[in-house]
Design a protein around this ligand. Structure first.
Ligand code: IMP
Ligand code: MG
Length: 187
C-alpha cells in the first residue's frame, strides 16, 4: 500500500471525484427540507459523530428551518492508518446533553459495516430519547454487516474508500468540498 504524504496535495491520491460540491449542496438542501417538515415543533437534537460528520452537520443545520440543538460525540472505530473498521467501536467522547425525552437525530458521515452506528444507537436507546433516528450522508450499502435503520440518506455509494467533505485519509483532506475516491494503490 502506498503511503499518504500529508504535505503533498490531495491530487496525488485522488482517483476521481465521486460527488461534486454542487451535488452535495442540492442533496443537502433536499434533506434539510425533509427534516424540517418531519421535525416541525419538536426542537430536535442533532447529534453529530465526530470527526467525520462535522462538515455535513454544519451544512445540514444551515439548511434547516426548524429550531434545533446540536451536540457531539466521538467514536473511534478504526485502528491507526487502517482503512477498514475494527468492528469494535469505542466512545471517545460522550454527549453532554441529557437526551431523555428528546427527539434525537444522529448525524454521521458514512455507514460502512454498520458497527459504529449500531453501537451508538444501542447506547443512546438506553437513555430513553422520545425518538432516535439516523441521518447519514453516504451509505456504502453493499458492505453492511449489521442492519441499521436509516431515516435520511444522502447518497448510496459503491465499495470504494472515499475522502473529502469531512472524511479523511490518514486524518488529512477533510476540508475538500467534494467527495473523492482514493486511488487503489493507497487503499
Ligand atoms: P462502520 O462502523 O464500518 O459503519 O464505519 C463507519 C465509520 O468508518 C465512519 O464513521 C467513518 O468514519 C469510517 N469510514 C468508513 N468508510 C470510510 C471511507 O470510505 N472513508 C473514510 N472513512 C470511512
Ligand atoms: Mg464517522
Amino acid at each position: 500500500m502506498a503511503k499518504i504524504n500529508p504535505v503533498s496535495g490531495y491530487e496525488t491520491c485522488l482517483e476521481r471525484v465521486l460527488i461534486s460540491e454542487e451535488q452535495l449542496k442540492s442533496r443537502i438542501a433536499e434533506l434539510g427540507a425533509e427534516i424540517s417538515r418531519d421535525y416541525a415543533g419538536l426542537c430536535p437534537l442533532l447529534l453529530c459523530i465526530l470527526r467525520g460528520g462535522v462538515v455535513f452537520l454544519t451544512d445540514l443545520m444551515r439548511s434547516l428551518t426548524v429550531p434545533h440543538h446540536i451536540d457531539f460525540m466521538a467514536v473511534s472505530s478504526y485502528g491507526v492508518g487502517a482503512r477498514v473498521s475494527s468492528g469494535s467501536p469505542r466512545i471517545v467522547l460522550d454527549v453532554n446533553t441529557d437526551i431523555a425525552g428528546r427527539h434525537v437525530l444522529l448525524v454521521e458521515d458514512i455507514v460502512d459495516s454498520g458497527h459504529t452506528l449500531d453501537h451508538v444507537l444501542r447506547l443512546l436507546q438506553t437513555r430513553e430519547p422520545a425518538s432516535l433516528k439516523v441521518c447519514v450522508l453516504l451509505d456504502k450499502a453493499e458492505r453492511r454487516v449489521v442492519d441499521i435503520p436509516i431515516a435520511y440518506r444522502g447518497f448510496v455509494i459503491p465499495d470504494e474508500f472515499v475522502f473529502g467533505y469531512g472524511l479523511d485519509v490518514d486524518e488529512v483532506y477533510r476540508n475538500l468540498p467534494f467527495i473523492g475516491v482514493l486511488k487503489k494503490e493507497y487503499q
